[in-house]
Design a protein around this ligand. Structure first.
Ligand code: F6R
Length: 365
């Protein structure tokens, strides 16, 4: 039931504060991750893990790409991420004591399931799925599972499944990190940021009118570029995927530092450029990349920390977000990008919940 909402997608975007709370409930204490959430056998397995291989498709793959930054930064262990349709057909060299992780909303994606089955033969330490459907094939066939509690996702474009996956991946990075580089002070700081996350998502959803207004600049366009750096690069990829799948506008994500290696040639006044710009270590680097875009007449739409120092002018629209801890910024910055693609699609009159040529659950290759 869509309730007061015009589309399931919008309802599911707005459910995020609530479902993020649900996914965290009972999985963290005030200061710590409660790792029993990964299953009774998790502890003995986690004690042995020395690296992680993540495999998924589409939006779930993007959550894996974000997690790589956390796993390597916080836990200090190598993390590899690959789309399932490539992983399953490749000769893989399996490192010693490597945990095989699948991520999936449905738990039924054919390529992801086939990758899990091939991983069992390949010699991974154990398998874990981060999944939204309890009785799914991935949940049944994995050694460990962690359920995201996003509730049923009806809109074909994945929204709340993605952000709850990110929460799950933070908990996993912390649980593994404890056994490696992560101090209990750092764990406490990360958990405390997670406690603030649902409210910050509420605050960002309150920007909906501003984003609706911004979406008008996109509805007549045919191409767009999404830029981010570091952990925000996969967030930009997810923003671009959302826009292309429901509005049918070609959207491509680039790590901003790669602009001058090719895509800058595409930039002109007809190309909207979305930038994800929290106030992090890479902000100054991103700013100089964006100046190169402006110099070519590109129109910028910057989702920025209110302290990032961007100003509105003829070439730049700034959407200011609250200041958030670096650790949760990828989650918080995802929401306005979801809203942007939603509003563009509504303006274009596409079938938002059932985009052409796509199925919710891809159970065939
Ligand atoms: C995009 C989208 C798809 C899915 C992908 C994987 O909005 O929904 O890219 O993320 O088909 O599906 P799951 O997560 O069910 O394995």
């Amino acid at each position: 039931d869509k309730g007061e909402y015009r589309h399931y997608m919008l309802k599911e975007i707005y459910e995020q504060p609530k479902v993020l709370r649900n996914t965290l409930q009972g999985r963290i204490s005030k200061t710590q991750v409660l790792e029993e959430a990964f299953g009774a056998e998790a502890k003995a397995i986690f004690d042995q893990v020395e690296s992680v291989q993540i495999v998924a498709c589409g939006t779930s793959y993007h959550s894996g790409l974000v997690a790589k930054y956390w796993m390597e930064d916080w836990a200090g262990i190598p993390c590899y991420v690959e789309v399932a349709s490539e992983f399953r057909y490749r000769k893989v060299v399996v490192p010693k004591n490597s945990l095989f992780v699948t991520i999936s909303q449905s738990g039924e994606t054919a390529d992801t399931l086939a990758a899990l089955r091939s991983a069992k033969e390949a010699g991974y330490l154990a398998s874990l799925t981060i999944c939204n459907v309890a009785n799914s094939s991935l949940a049944r066939e994995s050694d460990l599972s962690f359920m995201t509690l996003a509730g049923p996702e009806i809109g074909v474009a994945s929204t709340k499944a993605f952000t709850t996956q990110l929460v799950a991946l933070q908990l996993l990075s912390i649980a593994l990190g404890r056994r490696h580089n992560l101090s209990s002070d750092k764990e406490q700081a990360l958990v405390s940021a997670l406690h603030q996350l649902p409210q910050l998502c509420e605050d960002v959803l309150a920007l909906d009118d501003t984003i609706l207004h911004t979406s008008e600049a996109f509805s007549e366009k045919h191409h767009s570029l999404f830029l981010g750096r570091g952990v925000q690069y996969p967030v930009a990829m997810e923003g671009a995927l959302k826009l292309k799948e429901i509005s049918y506008i070609h959207a491509e994500a680039y790590p901003a530092g790669e602009l001058k290696h090719g895509p800058l040639a595409l930039v002109d006044s007809d190309m909207p450029i979305v930038a994800v710009a929290p106030n992090d270590d890479l902000l100054e680097k991103l700013k100089s990349n964006l100046q190169e875009v402006q110099a070519r007449g590109g129109k910028l739409f910057v989702f920025a920390d209110k302290n990032s120092g961007f100003v509105n002018d003829e070439s730049t629209v700034v959407i200011n977000l609250p200041h958030v801890d670096d650790s949760i910024a990828p989650l918080v910055y995802t929401l306005p990008l979801q809203l942007l693609s939603y509003h563009v699609a509504v303006l274009k009159g596409t079938d938002v919940d059932q985009p052409r040529n796509l199925a919710k659950s891809v159970t065939v290759e």
